[in-house]
Ligand binder design. Structure first.
Ligand code: ATP
Ligand code: MG
Ligand code: MG
Ligand code: MG
Length: 472
């Protein structure tokens, strides 16, 4: 009998408690004190100021299972979702943290002991990577743990130098991979298209604070930040090849099957749609539960786009009516033990989702009429394409998905001007960038007051706000 995801989550937190870590509840997905970030994208984010030495906690070791969301800024997995077996937008990150307490050696020993002695993963299945210049980490894996040299791969900055965003805490890291076997061929460990070696755990050796100009300032106290995706380690322990086949996703995939009257695993295009819907349903549920509402800017805009994207994939499966709000129940039932706040928020989340679904279906109908009018007028003029300006108007005002415009254009033997559309989009992103800067200033005047009181400190917090990806 395999461990359930609830058991794995608990085993992790419990293990680190026995190693002197304080169990800390997941923070909201909305970063509470960080105006440079749209969403919490890693378990360390709620501890950012502790790493930087700006905030003190009554403990030096912590462990958490943090809700994270990766659709913007430095960590954006939106395009991977549905296509790879290991990526989600919303997922749970298990982590252990040392704030100037233990460092590389203990972090590596803890991780190895937990995986091999508590989860009983066979050692021959495990590989690791280290930052190419990090001889110390290499030696620990080799000499202390006893991993043979050929199982320790040195990788460059892209894989093994971790940073939260363009600024903030960062450092070299060491990652643990699980070998899914030769049926996936013989890729290079760490390659992007690698489905054989599954990255399960990242141990970050927090050593620097990256400045907006790129320089690395050493932290006063080197620290440890680790992150392991619950969905991935669950797939390993439940011996399935995809996160979507674990107990975390099965009920949601079943929901997508029932509502579309299709079977998962029969047709790749349908499978992708079901995976996207399952992923986005979890994201939508947790975002609203944490207080994000659909809107036309900032976090609310991301939520709106994700929800519409899920509807669009639903349409690909032949679902024409609002359905996501019913899926909220499935997500809540699956996650309510770990996140009891979902129980009380359930009715509210469903109401928000349902009204947003209805609203979108209506605007889409209106947009559709307008698109056909544009096509009629163009035909009269003898024009055979939809201009970028028209596309942008449909996209921006009616929330019209671009691929839908292209589908319809193709049916009418029409072209589209994507390049011009992107020009308008870029202009809008520029505006959003500026609005986000001023918006952040309005929300957090306390930081400005603080800056005035500390004239010797240069304040750089608003230099690099994240921008919502327009492609969502
Ligand atoms: P990958 O290379 O597979 O994209 P990553 O190196 O970007 O992962 P990290 O930033 O190191 O991931 O995050 C720490 C851990 O969180 C990973 O080792 C993995 O277990 C998990 N993880 C990262 N991204 C995702 C995701 N999009 N969905 C699910 N789990 C993820
Ligand atoms: Mg990644
Ligand atoms: Mg990686
Ligand atoms: Mg990684």
């Amino acid at each position: 009998k395999y461990m359930s995801s609830d058991e794995i989550r608990e085993a992790f937190l419990r293990y680190f408690e026995t190693k002197g870590h304080t169990r800390v509840k997941s923070a909201s997905i909305i970063p509470e004190t960080d105006p440079t970030l749209l969403f919490v994208n890693a378990g360390m984010v709620p501890f950012k100021n502790v790493f930087l030495g700006l905030e003190e906690k009554p403990y030096k070791r912590a462990t958490s299972c943090q809700k994270v969301f990766r659709v913007s800024g430095k960590h954006n997995d939106l395009d991977n979702v549905g296509y790879t077996p290991r990526h989600h937008t919303f997922f749970e990150m298990l982590g252990n943290f040392s704030f100037g307490d233990y460092f590389k050696k203990e972090a590596i020993i803890f991780a190895w002991e937990f995986l091999t002695e508590h989860l009983n993963i066979p050692t021959e299945k495990l590989y690791v990577s280290v930052f190419e210049e990090d001889d110390e980490a290499f030696e620990i894996w080799n000499k202390v743990i006893g991993l043979p040299e050929w199982k320790i791969k040195r990788l460059g900055v892209k894989d093994n130098f971790w940073s939260m965003g363009d600024t903030g805490p960062c450092g070299p890291c060491s990652e643990i991979y699980y070998d899914r076997g030769e049926k996936y061929g013989n890729p290079e460990l760490g390659a992007d298209d690698d489905f054989r070696y599954l990255e399960i755990w990242n141990l970050v050796f927090m050593q620097y604070n990256r400045q907006p100009d790129g320089t690395l300032i050493p932290l006063a106290k080197p620290s440890i930040d680790t992150g392991m995706g619950l969905e991935r380690i669950t797939s390993v322990l439940q011996q399935v090849d995809s996160n979507y086949d674990t107990d975390l996703f099965k009920p949601i995939i079943n929901f997508a099957e029932n509502i579309s009257n299709k079977e998962y695993g029969k047709n790749e295009k349908d499978d992708i749609a079901m995976r996207v819907i399952a992923d986005h349903l979890r994201a939508i549920t947790f975002l609203i539960s944490d207080g994000v509402f659909p809107s036309n800017e900032g976090r609310g805009y991301v939520l709106r786009r994700i929800l519409r994207r899920a509807l669009r994939y639903g349409k690909n499966l032949g679902i024409e009516k609002p359905f996501l709000y019913e899926g909220v129940d499935v997500v809540v039932d699956k996650m309510k033990n770990a996140y009891p706040e979902l129980i009380g928020n359930r009715a509210f989340i469903k109401a928000v989702v349902k009204s947003e679904e209805e609203r979108f279906i209506n605007t889409l109908k209106r947009g559709m009429d307008i698109l056909y009018q544009i096509i009629e007028n163009a035909k009269k003029e003898g024009r055979k394409h939809i201009t970028g300006k028209e596309m942008f108007m449909l996209y921006d005002t009616y929330g019209f998905p671009i691929d839908l415009i292209e589908d319809i254009a193709r049916d009418e033997n029409f072209g589209t001007d994507i390049a011009e559309f992107e020009k308008y989009l870029e202009e809008q992103r520029e505006k959003a960038r500026k609005a986000f800067k001023t918006g952040a200033k309005q929300i957090k005047p306390i930081y400005l007051a603080l800056r005035n009181r500390l004239p010797e400190n240069e304040f750089l917090g608003y230099e690099t706000p994240e921008v919502i990806d327009a492609k969502i």
